[in-house]
Write a protein that binds this ligand. Structure first.
Ligand code: PGA
Length: 253
């Protein structure tokens, strides 16, 4: 049975003190919750991973990285390897976020290599994808999503999907305050699950969590998460405030 996941993508926000405060606040608030089917993940910036992971100990909070390099090690100035992440207790990584694609030129081909590297290291991948506004307006959103998934993930064997979490994030909804309607999210999530059924069969499709991302807030989370193919969310802005993030976690449970 797949789990709901609420993952906070802190992006390039929060220095060391702010990161520690935030994770401390989340830890304290979720202690009181009786979470049964919801995983809680936070993704701070690289330099704060270790401190946040230490603070998150003895809680349900899991820590993920926002990116990772595809090589084992070597002359790649400024990059971070899977080994480095694992050495500070990080077992999940967000790959393919639209900001990485847009501002850092990450392509499906590169992302396929990063996914392979993460899986080779037994890490979990939270794989982001989604169409841009002009692609939706041109009615190409299904085609775009299909090709993003096929290019970066459909070379994997069925058993690798145990470590894959999908995050559908329409680019026009990220940080804009504009959310996909719950029906638009469900329509796309059902399409995504069907692609997985066709390629890998029902069992893989039923077990993969498909998160929605893009301006999820405390006041819209419940309705979006109530859709049958939406298994939680990847949260940007609203993950930076304890109160908002915890409300979103509650909405997923
Ligand atoms: P947002 O970001 O919630 O601020 O729209 C979501 C994301 O980029 O993952």
């Amino acid at each position: 049975m797949r789990k709901n996941i609420v993952a906070g993508n802190w992006k390039m926000n929060n220095d060391l003190d702010a990161s520690k405060e935030l994770v401390k606040g989340i830890k304290k608030s979720i202690k009181k919750l009786d979470l049964k089917n919801t995983r809680v993940v936070v993704a701070p910036t690289f330099v704060n991973l270790l401190s946040v992971a230490k603070k998150a100990k003895k809680s349900r909070i899991e820590v993920a990285a926002q990116n990772m390099h595809q090589a084992d090690n070597g002359a790649f100035t400024g990059e971070i390897s899977a080994d480095m992440l694992k050495s500070v207790g990080v077992k999940s990584v967000i790959l393919g976020h639209s900001e990485r694609r847009e501002y850092f030129g990450e392509t499906d081909e590169l992302l396929a290599k990063k996914v392979d590297q993460a899986l080779k290291n037994k890490m979990e991948v939270i794989f982001c994808f989604g169409e841009k506004l002009e692609e939706r307006k041109a009615d190409n959103h299904f085609k775009v999503v299909e090709s993003q998934l096929k290019n970066a993930l459909f070379h994997l064997e069925a058993k690798a999907w145990k470590r894959i979490v999908l995050a559908y994030e329409p680019v026009w909804a990220i940080g804009t305050g504009e959310t996909a309607t719950p029906d638009q999210a469900q329509e796309m999530h059902a399409f995504i699950r069907k692609l997985i059924v066709d390629k890998y069969g029902d069992e893989v499709a039923e077990n993969v969590s498909v998160l929605y991302g893009g301006s999820v807030k405390p006041d819209n989370a419940k309705e979006i998460f109530s859709k049958p193919d939406v298994d939680g969310g990847l949260i940007g802005g609203a993950s930076l405030k304890v109160e908002d993030f915890v409300k979103i976690i509650k909405a997923a449970e």
